[in-house]
Design a protein around this ligand. Structure first.
Ligand code: PMP
Length: 370
């Protein structure tokens, strides 16, 4: 029974599963931690220096709600050179998560339906619920591809938005240009808001990154510095999309997050100048390392991006299998956290090669039930 003061809307949230793994990690000595969704490389030196400089120069107060002008201008220039949509506007958010909250709160009415691809990033279901909406899940197993026929069949008069994420958390799968074009055109034809979570756009290993905004000028794009520059704790992201929608989100930010942390916004401006190719290349090699180590023993879709793989549990339920892994000091996340199914598990390879190898050794041992 929940406490009598707790509002109904919060009942949609269940963070118990993922928290359990993190709590366990805190109590274990020398765990093999492949559970964390953040890069293992440091924040680039120039970005650290920019934050320190901003703090020392007294740039510590509120910034305009829509973000400091130099960062907004730099990102707007970049977006304009990519898309040249006349009504596209951009503002700075408190992380990508902050952007997701604003987008869903600004768009979803109680009873509206939001199409989400299962498996999905944990927040999507909770945030749609918080807005009073209902997720209509599209099952993408076993290869985690977008099936446009399924999407078309899921659309009803109540469909307000589609939440799309490629490269994806938790699978690491990147949608093909054809899938993305099809989804973008479908959303445009049916006048449904397409929200594209592009936080892993830099971690794209095999093909150039493709955004649905290339095919649908009304696409709402959410992005941020958390993953690309290892700035997860700094809380800076951005959104761009149709001006009228963006203005409503800015209004809501004014009364909720107020602004992204100002020193971190100056750091973000410096981050735009930093070449991350070396880090991305290293993550491509980590992807290859983990896939090569798993392939023989596990059913796994080769991920084209992000820093996750999502193999099938070789026996039992995924929850049971993950339990066994944790008993062997290997921290991974059960797929049921991200899905209606309890069959797969998420590995994050944002870790040192030595940790990845230790993890692979445990996974090889656990591949057959003893
Ligand atoms: N979207 C996805 C798909 C993510 O994986 C994450 C972080 N795990 C976020 C959004 C949130 O990122 P941020 O730190 O910018 O809030």
């Amino acid at each position: 029974m929940s406490h009598p003061w707790i509002a109904d809307r919060i009942q949609h949230f269940d963070s118990s599963g993922i928290r359990k793994v993190f709590d366990l990690a805190a109590t274990m000595t020398d765990p093999i931690n492949l559970s964390i969704g953040q890069p293992d490389f440091p924040v680039p030196e120039a970005v650290q220096e920019a934050a320190i400089k901003a703090i020392r120069e007294g740039k510590n107060g509120y910034s305009p709600t829509q973000g400091i002008a130099p960062l907004r201008d730099a990102l707007t220039d970049r977006v304009r050179s990519q898309y040249n949509h006349s009504t596209r506007q951009l503002f700075i958010t408190s992380g990508t998560s902050g952007g997701l909250v604003l987008a869903l709160m600004a768009l979803v009415n109680p009873g509206d339906e939001v199409i989400v691809f299962d498996p999905y990033f944990v927040m999507y279901k909770s945030l749609v619920g918080l807005a009073g909406g209902k997720c209509v899940m599209i099952d993408t197993y076993p290869d985690f591809r977008i099936d446009l026929e399924k999407v078309t069949a899921a659309i009803t008069p109540r469909t307000k938005a589609i939440l799309f994420n490629s490269p994806a958390n938790p699978t690491g799968v990147t949608a093909s240009a054809e899938e993305i074009r099809g989804l973008a055109q479908l959303a445009a034809e049916r006048n449904i808001a397409l929200i594209s979570d592009e936080i892993y756009s830099l971690f794209n290993y095999d093909e150039p990154f493709v955004s649905p905004a290339q095919f649908n000028p009304q696409t709402i794009v959410i992005d941020g510095f958390s993953k690309s520059h290892a700035m997860t704790g700094w809380r800076v992201g951005w959104i761009h999309g149709p001006g009228e929608v963006i203005q409503q989100m800015i209004k809501l930010q004014q009364y909720t997050f107020v602004c992204a942390p100002q020193p971190a916004q100056w750091a973000g401006l410096a981050a735009l100048e930093v070449d991350m190719r070396r880090e991305i290349d290293a993550y491509r090699r980590k992807r290859d390392r983990i896939v090569a180590g798993l392939r023989e023993h596990y059913e796994v879709s080769v991920p084209g991006g992000a820093f996750y793989v999502f193999p099938k549990a070789p026996w039992g339920t995924a929850d049971h299998f993950v339990h066994k892994a944790i008993e062997n000091k290997l921290l991974i996340i059960p797929g049921s956290i991200f899905s209606g199914r309890d069959t797969h598990f998420r590995i994050s390879y944002a870790a040192s090669d030595a940790t990845i190898d230790r993890g692979l050794e445990v996974l090889r041992r656990l591949a057959t039930r003893t």
